[in-house]
Design a protein around this ligand. Structure first.
Ligand SMILES: [Zn+2]
Length: 339
């Protein structure tokens, strides 16, 4: 029996679509609720390859909405990209799955896009979305945007040169509220990620961007059970889109500041070293010997100090959660990673 016979029997996909899917590779940036579910679905459906990227580790507060992670992953502070890669390999061993524990920025996004056919936005912040949008428009690769807040989900397929891009969209429509303000109802993640998965498959197997799926912002509410599609026009004319019309890529060409870089996203502070260099995690562990709650694996050292959680990754990055002010995170960075 053919493993994918049921989906091949679905005529719009068919054996031709399945063949294309099996030769395609997707990049999934951000492996939270949306990214983990999209990756799982694409893997089960028999995509050829997946490149999974996330800078964070599994936390018990992720488990109510994110796919495939376990309490054991949280207990062992496993990086999401690697925990998910292991699960996916056991679900469909024919899929080539790569996992990268990276903070995505202008210095590495172009490398990440190499060899992939579609990009899934599983990020949770606007600056990363704008960066992905520019990278995809410049490379001419489809990007499937997704966002969730409360019981509302948003999804849109961006086909560079054909449909509106994210910059066009965000100048015309209401930007979704961050998850923190509205909470998040878990079924929203499932429905929105399923829609993102379908848009990604269609971007791969359909030649023509028919109105039904491309260039429209799909907005759904799983609590009031409503769904609508809003047409998003490309911003041409007197006030053209800087990205997809004028070809200006400000996020991609952003200058790297000198010294360690501090990035604040909601309640998480990430501090990147000036130059990437592998750190000896045993040395970091030794510096934390007086701290009671310390965990370590081959990718990171994690410690809880009062209400603050910090993790030092092999590439010299530190992530800090639970600080009131980012300067507290800088203080920790100087203390444990300073020269
Ligand atoms: Zn645009």
């Amino acid at each position: 029996m053919e493993r994918f016979q049921k989906q091949i029997a679905f005529e719009p996909l068919g054996s031709k679509g399945q063949e294309v899917l099996s030769r395609s590779k997707a990049l999934v940036v951000g492996l939270g609720g949306l990214g983990s579910h999209v990756a799982e679905m694409l893997c089960r459906m028999g995509i050829g390859g997946l490149r999974l990227v996330d800078r964070d580790y599994v936390d018990v507060t992720n488990l109510h909405r994110q796919a495939l992670y376990t309490e054991e992953d949280a207990d062992q502070v496993r990086p999401k990209a690697l925990a998910l890669r292991e699960r996916l390999k056991s679900i469909n061993s024919r899929v080539a799955v790569e996992g990268k524990v990276w903070h995505v920025d202008a210095s590495n996004v172009t490398r990440l896009l190499k060899g992939v056919d579609v990009v899934i936005d599983g990020s949770d912040n606007l600056s990363l979305r704008f960066l992905l949008n520019e990278a995809c428009v410049r490379a001419g690769k489809p990007l499937v945007f997704g966002a969730v807040a409360g019981s509302q989900g948003y999804a849109m397929a961006v086909l560079p040169g054909v449909t509106a891009c994210l910059r066009c969209l965000l100048s015309q429509n209401t930007v979704p509220q961050p998850v923190r303000d509205t909470g998040l109802y878990p079924p929203t993640v499932r429905v929105t990620s399923a829609l993102q998965c379908s848009l990604a498959v269609q971007a791969l197997v359909r030649r023509k961007p028919e109105k039904a799926w491309a260039g429209r912002l799909h907005v759904l509410d799983v609590w009031s059970v409503e769904m609508e599609a809003i047409s998003v026009a490309r911003r041409v004319g007197s006030d053209p889109c800087p990205v997809c019309v004028r070809g200006e890529f400000e996020w991609l060409s952003a200058e790297k500041p000198t010294g360690p870089q501090v990035i604040v996203d909601d309640d998480v502070v990430n501090i990147l070293p000036e130059r990437k260099a592998e750190v000896d995690l045993n040395v970091i562990r030794a510096r934390l010997q007086r701290v009671q709650h310390v965990k370590a694996n081959e990718y990171l050292v994690w410690a809880q100090i009062g209400d603050v959680e910090m993790a030092v990754f092999r590439d010299g990055r530190m992530s800090v959660k639970g600080v009131g002010d980012w300067s507290e995170a800088v203080h920790l960075y100087e203390r444990y990673l300073g020269e």
